[in-house]
Design a protein around this ligand. Structure first.
Ligand code: ZN
Ligand code: ZN
Length: 385
């Protein structure tokens, strides 16, 4: 429509001599002043100028029209960058709509109404449901053993719900036939309408944006390409996943509509705990009980790992709580570098009961032990006044 074209070409703010942030009051004041100055009654030669001023105020003086005007100019000035219909916007994400940089009416949302008149007879919202749509992202839960989570595993996840039709493999055509390219849009799913500065595309009415035509629909899915059934998705779990982690499996979510791409599958991992080992990031942890004698005198102990056992040397004079590192026995990594370690924490175990012989030995130990290891506390044992 001519009006919108004019909006893009004419700076009404400049006509009224105000800034684009002027208040309604400022606009009215500016208009009145100019209208008086250029009124044809006062000066017949300024009639065109007066008309210009009136046209500007017709739009800017109306809050709704002004908003639309600002929007049109904003879009016109920026030449319609791919700002609309970006990933996730209106469900076209990833589809890479026909003709990058073109302006899809159905992505306009509220602006659709504003531009409704431009292309002649196609409203913004009406076509929203047509055309290819991306399938939904879905989430599935997966329980893993501690070992599988550490080492990584390839497994499958079973899901009930929408899936690609097993009969036609999702193309919607009966077995033995195949969809043909739509003759109206030549497979692009959209038609272009050039309106000067705007290049508008609309959904092809013959194929509803699919780009293909199904002559004999698949009897199972009746041409939709979608079927409700249980399906199994193979999932490769990388080494070192942690409890609660979400793993994205691209394109294995719900199937898209009208040749749209599938959504993604997110697998939420639940990792069982281990009888012996714990996890801290890439490292495994293990608590190793030792006797006082072993800690005091030192010893070597065979320690389990997730692979073969290793021999760990406990030096003489080890304290309870001290941690030793067994390199490379944690979460493996694809490369040589970056594997986690096994962290072994020594715990000196005090027996609950002693045999007579043990008691005699410990009493002897007490007799020959040096001063209590608590000298640093003595300063604080004085009674406070
Ligand atoms: Zn089918
Ligand atoms: Zn078509």
């Amino acid at each position: 429509m001519a009006a919108q074209r004019e909006w893009i070409e004419k700076d009404y703010y400049k006509t009224l001599g105000v800034s684009s942030t002027a208040t309604d009051k400022e606009l009215t004041r500016a208009y009145r002043k100019l209208a008086k100055q250029f009124h044809p009654d006062a000066n017949p030669a300024s009639e065109d100028k007066f008309k210009e001023i009136s046209a500007a105020y017709d739009v800017l003086g109306d809050a709704t029209k002004r908003k639309e005007y600002d929007e049109v100019r904003r879009l016109g000035a920026s030449g319609f960058p791919g700002g609309f219909g970006g990933p996730g916007g209106g469900g076209f994400g990833g589809a890479g709509g026909p003709g990058a940089g073109t302006f899809r009416v159905e992505d306009l949302g509220d602006l659709g109404d504003l531009f409704g008149g431009l292309g002649g007879g196609f409203g913004g919202r009406r076509s929203r449901q047509a055309g290819p749509r991306r399938g939904a992202d879905i989430e599935a839960e997966l329980h893993l053993s501690f070992e599988d989570a550490v080492r990584g595993v390839t497994t499958s996840v079973n899901m009930a719900g929408e899936a690609r039709c097993g009969t036609c493999h999702g193309n919607g055509a009966a077995p033995g036939t195949s969809p043909t390219t739509c003759p109206t849009c030549h497979g692009t799913g959209s038609l272009q309408d050039n309106q000067g500065l705007f290049s508008l595309s609309r959904v092809c009415p013959q194929c509803s944006g699919r780009g293909t035509i199904i002559e004999t629909p698949c009897p199972t899915c009746k041409g939709s390409g979608i079927q409700r059934r249980t399906r199994s998705v193979k999932v490769r779990i990388p080494a070192g996943v942690e409890d609660g982690q979400r793993i994205r499996v691209k394109g294995r979510g719900a199937p898209g509509r009208a040749n749209g791409p599938s959504g993604d599958l997110y697998v939420v991992v639940h990792v069982d705990s281990h009888r012996l080992f714990g996890r801290r990031g890439k490292n495994l942890t293990l608590t190793l009980p030792v006797t006082f004698a072993e800690a005091a005198l030192g010893t070597t102990i065979t320690v389990p790992t997730l692979d073969e056992p290793v021999t760990l040397r406990i030096p003489a004079g080890t304290s309870s709580g001290q941690t030793f590192r067994v390199k490379g026995r944690g979460v493996p990594s694809a490369g040589r570098r970056g594997s986690g370690d096994l962290m072994v924490t020594v715990e000196v175990v005090v027996p609950k009961k002693l045999t007579d012989e043990q008691r005699a030995a410990v009493e002897e130990l007490a007799r020959v032990s040096e001063a209590a290891p608590r000298d640093h506390l003595s300063d604080h044992l004085e009674a406070t006044p």
